[in-house]
Ligand binder design. Sequence first.
Ligand SMILES: [Zn+2]
Length: 355
Amino acid sequence: MPTNRRWGYASALALTLVAAIPLTAGGCAEEEAPEGAGVNGQPATDLDGDEALPGSADEHGATEPGAARPEQAADVDGDDLQAGVSVDPSAAATPAARACGTRTPTRAEAAHTEKRLDETRTLASAAPPAIITIPVAWHVINKGPGTGNGNVTEQMITDQMDVLNEAYAGDTGGAATKFRFELLSVQRVTNADWFNMGSGSLEEIEAKEALRVGGPETLNIYTANLLGGLLGWATFPDWYEDYPLDDGVVLLHSSLPGGSASPYNLGDTATHEVGHWLHLYHTFQDGCDKYNDYVKDTPQEGSPDFDCTESRDTCSAAGMDPIHNFMDYSDDDCLSEFTPGQAERMLTSWQTYRR
Ligand SMILES: [Zn+2]
């Protein structure tokens, strides 16, 4: 299964694909998942998760490269294909519920990743590394002055950095990871086209090609008005080698602390997306499956929790659903922790792919 997700894919197919196979991939969105649908409200078509074709969704609702999200599939004439979206931008301001479109790896991809991580674990068993401070290059994509136009304030960015540092230090509960974050730069760009950004859109590609800085160790965060009800999306570390310009995290500007996207305005969309950027999967990724999220100390979870449902237990395996885990789907004020296993996985992946 090729891992091509944007570069080349979008440019090669942009003018030929129609709405059934839009350009999106890897969107970590927060949108309402219709009951009975896949994780992202998508139909389950690929039962083993490793044979999905572009434009299909696996049983976990994860978008494959070029896969359609429901709101994009509605664009049957494809006339908005250049923009990669077909929705009214104003309608995407405040998502109704959290759902994430960060592309779930296929079983084959995940198996390859696990092999690489296990090799690192074998090599890196000596001295535990010190704290790793990740430089953050922030790109504020806006359409004019004022927070309503996406021109988030310095205070919002500072507060977001604090939320990240507290979460990854374990200050809100759960495990302390090795990661801290330091703001390297803030770049403000006024571009009305880029501002209304769809996942996998040409606007995203153009913006990242123009703005991204640093190597695999630099966390590039882009804030914009994300279409289709998305709160954000991220790339995984093992994608960097093939698609370095794609690497980074995209956030809905109003999801920052103090933003208007309540109840997703306490900054934990960034915590979640950075978790993906550091190689965490959703806690419900493979459902009640032995692989689940490839982290042993996160109990299996059959489906995302949207409502902070205490004592929720969707799988017969031991452990209640990890509803407070940053990689689940509830409101920001419900999410508070990573597990030691997640902290270890992020560190191992860093040592494998990002240092
Ligand atoms: Zn996610």
